[in-house]
Design a protein around this ligand. Structure first.
Ligand SMILES: C[S@@+](CC[C@H](N)C(=O)[O-])C[C@H]1O[C@@H](n2cnc3c(N)ncnc32)[C@H](O)[C@@H]1O
Length: 350
């Protein structure tokens, strides 16, 4: 039994079984033993690889997107470049470099704000992003003003509730403690319309609260947000909670705090919450559609032009990883939300 399991065991003994969102929140964010509080999990040697860690091209194309949006806003003289859950700071470093090269006036106008709860990852970000960067524990702490907001694989780490339909009624899914350790089970009945016997649905008030407040900021202060994550656009696919350790799936109750716990993002629900906050939400694209439209192939060919055979083969693997349908290309979606007066940003519309 690890130390977080002991903490959870005591909590369950005192309060009863924990709803999935509470369990997920503690596994990832417990101040002492939470997954993100104790480690840098990214990279080949870690538990998972994200798009910015696959290739610099991902962040460079997003930097170009930011520059175009800023221009369409009328080039405000001051703008906050905000990232939610910046990991090692790789995406922001690549975005910042691309902005410096393609839009020096934007480089002068922006101040960088990172919303990050992990002390370990804040240290990694500090190393990569020298100069003036401010850190915040939540979006609410970011100073007011127009912003460009980026979030890559952030919302999948924000807890979800799960409910399951049994005996003609919906019940909260919970984590309890039995002789064989932490065990999934069903808790109290909840009110929810529809569904068939055995259905599982995921709801995330925590994600929606963040999206609503992002929408309020975009409507109130101006700007745009680009949200990239794995998830679905339509009706929920049921149970998507997954634990990953060393690039392999493990049971979600196994060694809590030692594996990454995520759930797919419901982009329809996220879009509704952004819109409820006052933002305009454009229909989401797949990561493949977004990156190809932003010039992925041209950028990779330029890099490959000066490369030897081994480096060119590696670049080809990276490009495929980001955009091939069977790799990250289709599973990952890209959603843009903007202030209501902004023209639809390319490539989300004509
Ligand atoms: C899967 S990593 C993604 C990292 C990075 N965006 C990338 O693409 O490489 C999730 C990030 O969100 C951060 N995070 C998780 N929960 C958070 C929360 N509630 N508030 C702020 N950051 C959070 C983690 O510490 C980590 O930096």
């Amino acid at each position: 039994m690890n130390r977080l399991e002991a903490v959870l065991g005591r909590l369950i003994a005192e309060e009863g079984p924990l709803p999935i969102d509470r369990y997920m929140g503690l596994c990832l964010g417990h101040p002492q033993f939470g997954y993100y509080m104790t480690r840098d999990p990214l990279g080949e040697k870690g538990d998972f690889l994200t798009a910015p860690e696959v290739s610099q091209v991902f962040g460079e194309l997003i930097g170009v997107w930011c520059a175009a949006v800023w221009a369409s806003m009328g080039r405000p003289r001051h703008i906050n470049l905000v990232e939610l859950g910046p990991g090692r700071g790789t995406l922001m470093a690549d975005v910042r470099r691309a902005i410096g090269q393609t839009a020096p006036a934007l480089a002068q106008a922006l101040s960088i704000h990172l919303v990050e709860t992990s002390p370990v990852l804040r240290a990694a970000q500090r190393e990569r992003l020298d100069g003036v960067v401010e850190w915040h524990a939540s979006l609410a702490d970011v100073p007011d003003g127009p912003m460009l907001c980026l979030a890559n694989e952030f919302f999948d780490a924000i807890p979800v509730r799960q409910i399951e339909r049994r005996g003609g009624r919906w019940h909260e899914r919970v984590v309890g403690l039995t002789d064989s350790g932490l065990t999934l089970g069903l808790g109290l009945e909840v009110e929810q319309p529809g569904g068939e016997e055995g259905d599982v649905a995921e709801l995330s008030p925590a994600r929606e609260e963040i999206a609503r407040s992002l929408g309020r900021r975009l409507a109130g202060h101006g700007g745009a947000a680009l949200i990239i994550d794995y998830g679905h656009l339509g009706a929920g696919p049921g149970d998507t909670l997954q634990a990953m350790r060393g690039h392999r799936f493990v049971p979600v109750t196994h060694a809590p705090g030692e594996s990454d716990l995520t759930a797919h993002v419901d982009f329809a629900a996220l879009g509704r919450a952004l819109a409820a906050g006052g933002a305009v939400v454009r229909p989401a694209l797949t990561q493949r559609q977004f990156l190809l439209a932003m010039g992925l192939e041209t950028r990779f060919s330029r890099l490959a032009a000066g490369a030897d055979a081994a480096a060119a083969a590696q670049l080809a693997r990276q490009q495929a990883r980001l955009a091939e349908e069977a790799q990250m290309g289709n599973l990952f979606k890209v959603l843009a939300a903007t202030m209501p007066t902004l023209p639809t940003p390319y490539p989300f519309g004509p």
